[in-house]
Design a protein around this ligand. Structure first.
Ligand code: DQA
Length: 147
């Protein structure tokens, strides 16, 4: 199984960005842990980060035929982007939404996700574990599809 791990805006700054909220791991370290988890699950993750909404949309389009599922932390675009949501709906690839922080115990504007209605599910609030749990859930879901 090949999984696209998509990281949205400002996540390139992890490690130095509001560590009280997002933790001290860098994106590189998170990707490494994802790769290790994928290995255990006999899957492969391909990480990509962009600060640009259009690049994220293009990447989702290109995922079709290349990957079986998408793990996404859309960052702030979670709360703003109809385009990202439509891209996920268009390619119709099983998608799991993850967030490091618990978006529901933060500012009101973070409580709504445009991604959630087109995702299988969402994991929010467990730091890097959100990613690892999200990957597990996605792989489990895809394996069930295979049988
Ligand atoms: C985030 C939560 C978003 O509200 C925020 O804009 C981010 C990160 C998270 O992982 O907790 O950039 O997606």
């Amino acid at each position: 199984l090949s999984i696209l791990a998509l990281h949205g805006p400002n996540l390139n700054l992890l490690g130095q960005r509001e560590p009280g909220i997002y933790g001290s791991l860098t994106l590189g370290e998170i990707n490494r842990l994802l790769e290790e988890e994928a290995l255990k699950l006999q899957a492969t993750v391909f990480p990509l980060q962009s600060n640009h909404e259009g690049i994220l949309v293009d990447t989702i389009h290109e995922a079709l035929g290349q990957y079986q599922g998408i793990l996404i932390n859309a960052g702030a675009y979670t709360h703003t982007s109809v385009a990202l949501r439509d891209a996920i709906a268009a390619v119709n690839l099983p998608t799991v939404e993850v967030h490091l922080s618990n978006i529901y115990r933060r500012e009101e504007f973070r409580h709504h996700s445009y991604i959630a209605p087109v995702a299988i599910g969402q994991i929010s609030g467990f730091g890097v574990q959100s990613y690892l749990l999200g990957l597990q859930a996605l792989v489990n879901h895809l394996r069930k599809d295979e049988t």
